[in-house]
Design a protein around this ligand. Structure first.
Ligand code: ADP
Ligand code: MG
Length: 353
């Protein structure tokens, strides 16, 4: 353990976190410091509660990026779940397991700074958590509490035959960024000397790879988009495991079928470049790569007008449609062939990356 962390001890560290945290959410009657946080809930409103873990060796390698980005991502992936319910995030709890070696107090403070930056962006207050020493890697487990929208909840289960199937932003960027990191590329760094650089790879391609690594290391949750889609979207989910499996979840919960058209998928430019670089299929990265944290939703009407007001720089693309039938999605290939659309990341079926 870093001597500075050892000197501080668990309670010294909690004190340090407590001093670094800004109170920015209404209703925080009591944050860090007691046995539990005390939060005021507005009369007649429902809470949304979600949790997501980031494990070293499973979700990230420490050498890939800055601790500050890790802190941002730990909160961002949870904001994405609140966004997918059309809600407003308010309070976060941080479960923190600190590895026995190679992680310094300075890095931990950078991580907290990143988390506070993200919390400030989305109006969240860190109101508590738990701190332990880990026997292996760094673990960040964030729980986020928010308010559900007024009126009926926006669930995975409301899709109706005839609805369009839409997605925000671009797909495959995060998976491409992950593949680039695994190859040894790093954000903001020169092309590694020990990695072959193909002749076709120019500055534009390199910029696309950089953008993909950014998408992986610091995803942007589509909070505003999720909020304005309340009342328009009939069902919604955030793309954490990959469109292939997330469309499957919408179909299963809604009891509908769906058709996704491969040629309509909004491909991240980095996905094409990394696919060529690694001999992989770009559509595969977009469908099964996961961690894009875009919103996948169904709607009976065109949502473009609504979204252009709230999130003018965010693309939204119709990638298919909802159909009646068995709750299994289909993929329409470029040549018109239809095949079952299955797969996506499954933590219990795939080896830790
Ligand atoms: P207890 O033993 O009663 O669970 P702790 O000593 O674990 O209490 O925590 C003391 C206070 O510090 C609590 O308010 C808790 O929520 C907060 N806390 C502990 N760890 C963290 C952390 N990593 N981030 C934010 N708050 C934390
Ligand atoms: Mg505790």
């Amino acid at each position: 353990m870093d001597p500075a962390l050892r000197a501080l001890g668990e309670f010294g560290l909690i004190g340090l976190i407590r001093r670094q945290v800004a109170h920015r959410s209404p209703g925080t009657l009591l944050g860090i410091g007691d046995d539990a946080a005390l939060l005021a809930v507005p009369e007649g409103r429902n809470l949304l509660v979600t949790t997501d873990m980031l494990l070293e060796g499973v979700h990230f390698q420490r050498r890939w990026g800055r601790p500050r980005d890790l802190g941002r991502k730990a909160l961002a992936v949870n904001v994405s779940d609140i966004a997918a319910m059309g809600g407003h995030p308010l309070y976060a709890l941080l479960g923190l397991a600190i590895p026995p070696d190679g992680f310094t107090l300075e890095e931990l403070q950078a991580l907290l700074t990143g988390m506070e930056e993200e919390a400030a962006t989305y109006g969240v207050t860190l109101v508590g958590g738990d701190t332990c020493g880990s026997q292996s890697g760094l673990v960040l487990s964030v729980t986020l509490v928010g308010l559900a929208p007024v009126g009926p909840a926006l669930l995975r289960s409301g899709a109706k035959p005839g609805d369009g199937l839409w997605v925000t932003g671009m797909l495959g960027g995060s998976a491409a960024g992950l593949a680039a990191l695994e190859l040894g590329l790093r954000p903001g760094a020169e092309w590694p000397a020990d990695l072959h650089r193909p002749g076709w790879l120019g500055t534009e391609e390199e910029a696309a790879i950089q953008a993909a690594m950014t998408a992986h290391l610091t995803p942007t949750p589509r909070l505003r988009a999720g909020q304005v889609l309340v009342g328009c979207a009939t069902a919604m989910i955030d793309v954490s495991d990959g469109v292939a499996s997330d469309v499957g979840h919408l179909c299963a919960e809604s009891g509908v079928a769906a058709r996704v058209v491969a040629s309509q998928l909004p491909m991240h430019p980095g996905a094409r470049v990394v696919a060529r670089l690694t001999g992989r299929d770009a559509v595969e990265l977009a469908l099964r790569g996961g961690e894009d944290y875009e919103l996948l939703f169904t709607s009976a009407t065109d949502p473009k007008g609504l979204l252009s007001g709230a999130a003018p720089d965010l693309w939204v693309t119709r990638i298919g449609e909802v159909l009646a039938g068995e709750p299994t999605p289909k993929l329409v290939q470029a040549d018109g062939r239809e095949e079952p659309l299955a797969g996506g990341f499954d933590h219990l079926r795939e080896p830790a990356g």
